[in-house]
Design a protein around this ligand. Sequence first.
Ligand code: HSE
Length: 341
Amino acid sequence: MRLLLIGFGTVGQGLAELLLASKNELWTRYGLDWRVTGIADMLKGSCYHPDGVDLEDALARVARGESLSTCPNGGCDWDAPTMIDRASADVLMEATYTDIATAEPATSHIRAALSRGLHVATTNKGPLALHYRELADLASRRGKQFLFEGTVMAGTPLLNLVRETLAGATVLEMKGILNGTTNYILTQMEAGMDYAAALAQAQELGFAEAVPDADVLGWDALAKVTILANVVFGADLKPSDSPCQGITEIAAEDIAAAREEGKRYKLIGHVWREGDEVKASVSPQLVDLTHPLAGVMGATNAMTIRTEALGEVTVVGPGAGRAQTGFALLNDLVHIQMRRR
Ligand code: HSE
């Protein structure tokens, strides 16, 4: 499989490291033989070679702060659209930065790749939150796969779990902690740290979005509940259709008072059915300490899925991080391969 890596930041590099580390296993277990034919990154430059670029060298170059355009074997000046248009490739791995307001440039990348007949795997929340139906229809018309496991809870199984493993269980409601930054801040505030210091730590640890308003005001979680509403519940919601409140109004005293009552504040993303309608919301909620979501601390994410067949099933795991989100793309790639076979 010839791969294009568009976006070579934390997630793209995380994927590259995993691809190199699992090369033999991917071949022996899944018959998946890959080469990366092109990499394009707005800040880190581009390289392209139809026989495959040297991925190890690309990683080392970027770690040294050098541009990919200086790669001896394929350094070039193609921007992402040119790469998607001209490269010899089978799969676009899209990991450019998320812009929840415009979903660009990622949506254009995905549209162009599907139109050209490439499979697409992405971790980018913008295109899924704003254009899921259009992109899924385009993929289906072109007979190509369009996978996006990493958009919600990174590599922790959720979308595939619900769509495949829980097939037939009838999902009634989903309720969970979908943003690591805010859960980290709430955890640290409970331990006595102030809000600004906790946010600064989350930024240092690399969970926070480039503009942390997207985390603390709830927009990141809103994008994720919108994805769940549309993908799992078959709705056609836009983020702006649902109420959204972040954690900025929660003071240290509120957290202490909740604790006295045997409760804890969590920023909860919620999707449920009301008659024929699918509803979604993001808001801080007091969760009883006996509920599985209450014990989820730090940057960890969790989702309680209420099903007709099983009652409540809760999944807990990382929702961000270099290897954890890179893994989601690797997992999508393995699924593309398994379905192709
Ligand atoms: N900023 C997000 C978070 C990253 O804190 O969860 C993963 O989407």
